[in-house]
Ligand binder design. Sequence first.
Ligand code: SF4
Ligand code: SF4
Length: 256
Amino acid sequence: MAKKTHRKSLFRFEMMEGSIAIQKQDLNRSSQGSSNRVAARKFLARFQGQAKVVDAADFPHQNRLLALGHSYCENVAQKAKEKLAEMGLNSACHSGCDACCYYAEMDATGLEFEEIVRYVRQAMPAAVRAELYHQVEETPDFTKHQHRPCPFLDRSKGNCGIYPVRPMGCRGLLATKVCRLDVEEDTGLETTVRLVQQAWQEMPIRAGLLMIAQEQIRKGKGHINLQQSSSEVLVQFKQLEAEKLKKLFSPDQFEE
Ligand code: SF4
Ligand code: SF4
């Protein structure tokens, strides 16, 4: 059990360091100065051009800056895989492999969650939505389920129901051995977390910063603040109430 808890904490660390956390060097790189405060709109304007050319087929987000951030996450995961290959290792992750969707404490920024809600209502296949609805009905209290699955996991197939708009944390997780819920073993996550962090250093900016800048504007704040922004409120997937999830997945809402 201890190792699994450790694995969870490593995953959290990866999320914070690889995606959400604001690092001073990122701010400095963006603001061309040394201040902790960066004008949010000016900062975002620098990325609008790149956001426009992100492929909508792979990143169908309505929020294109969010699509850009998620595309950076994909680049980072790809770079980490290439670094693994240089070490003679491979990622064991594959479609239908879902242990991480049980043990990870997944969450999303407010903007990511908005995009997820939009996707569920407008683009999720009806059969998947019906399955997710059925799962909530069957296990309304996810926190008491044996392994606490993510409510967006289609447990019958082991597939992510919101794959095209899944949050940042889900995009950077790699393991060199397939994770299993019933076996406590080293999945090589320590190695992959380190490689993911290295890969972020090669990117123009951390994806979370694009989202946090938008969150700040939404809250009427004009600046990103190094001290405050890393404590942005996140939506914890496994804490979502069953009634809210049922409303979200309800077949009655299909025509919205
Ligand atoms: S190998 Fe582990 S981290 Fe990778 S997809 Fe499977 S369960 Fe998730
Ligand atoms: S959002 Fe998708 S990939 Fe992420 S934990 Fe949930 S089911 Fe798994």
